[in-house]
Design a protein around this ligand. Structure first.
Ligand code: NDP
Length: 462
């Protein structure tokens, strides 16, 4: 007699119906937010099936809708005394576990869909850290590239003039992201202080000399490498020592991933920016890159004038549908620049070139097809919401230090970061095993993060 017990296919069908309803009701569009939502919801099907309370409490619909989206006009004056107008956003997605927490992105591509995707991912990422923080994200379509320090300061001041109404150390604590580093956080924090006359932990990633935490700048990149080591150890693969690694990006996450790789004895041979890729087979020159990107904000093109033996590949010469950086022999790959930067073609090239592990430093850098290809081919895959959670974890340490008026040493922060990353890895490996998808860190992370938030939402009621 056929069993009436619902199957995993039934759960998938139900989830698909929910997603269609969200689209029909114009709650979501077919964009990067949909991509993130679809990935998470399909992977939590075993949980949905194991306990009907999640369907009963309508958790999918409730979690897919941000608590609120704040959108505002930012007027500022450039160096030629011309008035400029940009749009600012803060998506306060979910505060079930603690104050909204997530970065600010300043980039011309910023729109509501991108910030909803990042905010949604942030809820689950923050849950995985085990720390009391909810999820949010914000930013602006302002492009800091090519602007003088004075122009960036004027923009940040105007941006905070509006944002300060919606944030607070117990309410919403923004941090940096693409285009927002210590310089921008410094300007933003100073304006918050001027307006509110309070000196509190309302932003993280602050410069060291006014409330920042040692180790915060390095945290995301260092955490990505700690996570990879934990994952390789759990999967009984060789560690990173002596191995050639490929990294994309040349910003905060990429350069500190490269730094930690060197500290662990690996050889990082690549980096990329929006214009091209550097391949330096002897290992990239990190000190030069830090000066080029952090101090001079220059282009990677310049690298070859100092290191003529390195190869520079401009974007125009990338393989069709792919990226040069993923077509180089590697043991472990680290996509650390932006969303959807690793395609199915790239995934196939990585496999062909002997890649054993891929760890996402950026948020959602792999397309769904790339991820599927890597998982099917048994490449160890560390998803962003787990692997890059080190940044937000150390942001939380910064909040703790601000609240207690204490300062921890770099070694203390780094040791806590390492423990956090190993704990996250263990937790998601165990969860994957418990729900019948052993070795799948994507499903493990999604289920563990979703369950934590959903259980609190159910306990709180409506
Ligand atoms: P940065 O602004 O410091 O660096 C971003 C790098 O990526 C730059 O090298 C930039 O090139 C490149 N890049 C950005 N957009 C594109 C694009 N559309 N195409 C090609 N290259 C691009 O950002 P972060 O290093 O802070 O962030 C990188 C990623 O990591 C993002 O996905 C972010 O959300 C994620 N992340 C960051 C955390 C943090 O603590 N900073 C925490 C967790 C996740 P160029 O130099 O030419 O501008």
């Amino acid at each position: 007699m056929p069993s009436n017990k619902p199957t995993l296919e039934d759960a998938h069908k139900k989830i698909k119906e929910e997603l269609n309803k969200l689209i029909e009701s114009h709650r979501i569009e077919h964009d990067v937010f949909y991509q993130a939502l679809e990935e998470v919801l399909f992977s939590i099907a075993p949980l949905y099936l194991a306990d009907e309370k999640y369907a009963k409490h309508n958790i999918i619909r409730r979690l897919a809708n941000p608590d609120r989206i704040i959108k505002f006009k930012v007027e500022w004056m450039n160096d030629k005394n011309e008035i400029r107008v940009n749009t600012g956003y803060r998506v306060q997605f979910n505060n079930s576990l603690g104050p909204y927490k997530g970065g600010l992105r300043f980039h011309p591509s910023v729109n509501e869909g991108i910030l909803k995707f990042l905010g949604f991912e942030q809820i689950l990422k923050n849950a995985l850290t085990g720390l009391p923080i909810g999820g949010g994200k914000g930013g602006s379509d302002f492009d800091p590239k090519g602007k003088s320090d004075f122009e960036v300061m004027k923009f940040c001041t105007s941006f905070m003039r509006e944002l300060h109404k919606y944030i607070g150390p117990r309410m919403d604590v923004p941090a940096g992201d693409i285009g927002v580093g210590a310089r921008e956080i410094g300007y933003l924090f100073a304006e918050y202080k001027r307006i509110t006359t309070t000196f509190d932990g309302v932003l993280t990633g602050k410069p060291l000399f006014f409330g920042g935490s040692l180790g915060r700048t390095e945290a995301t990149g260092y955490g990505v490498v700690y996570f990879t080591e934990a994952m390789l150890e759990t999967e009984k693969k060789e560690g990173l020592e002596g191995k050639t690694c490929t990294v994309s990006g040349a910003g905060n996450v990429a350069l500190y991933t490269i730094e930690k790789l060197y500290q662990q004895g690996a050889i990082p041979v690549t980096c990329t920016d929006s214009k091209g890729t550097i391949y330096d087979a002897r290992g990239v020159d990190l000190e030069y890159l830090k000066d080029l990107k952090f101090n001079r904000r220059g282009s990677l093109e310049e690298y070859v004038s100092k290191h003529p033996e390195a190869i520079y590949i401009p974007v125009s010469e990338y393989p069709e549908g792919g990226h040069a950086v993923w077509n180089i022999e590697t043991y472990a790959a680290f996509p650390c620049s932006t969303q959807n930067e690793l395609t199915e073609i790239d995934a196939k090239n990585l496999i062909k070139n002997g890649c054993v592990s891929v760890t996402e430093g950026a948020n959602m850098p792999s397309t769904p097809e790339a991820m599927e290809t890597l998982l099917t081919n048994k490449v160890c895959f560390g998803p962003a919401k787990a692997a890059n959670a080190g940044g937000v974890a150390v942001s939380n340490f910064e909040m703790s230090q601000n609240a207690s008026m204490l300062k921890w040493t770099f070694e203390e922060v780094d040791a806590k970061l390492k423990t956090t990353m190993y704990d996250i890895c263990q937790n998601i490996a165990d969860t994957a095993k418990e729900y019948g998808v052993e070795g799948n860190y994507v499903d493990g992370a999604n289920i563990a993060g979703f369950k934590k938030v959903a259980d609190v939402m159910i306990a709180e009621g409506i």
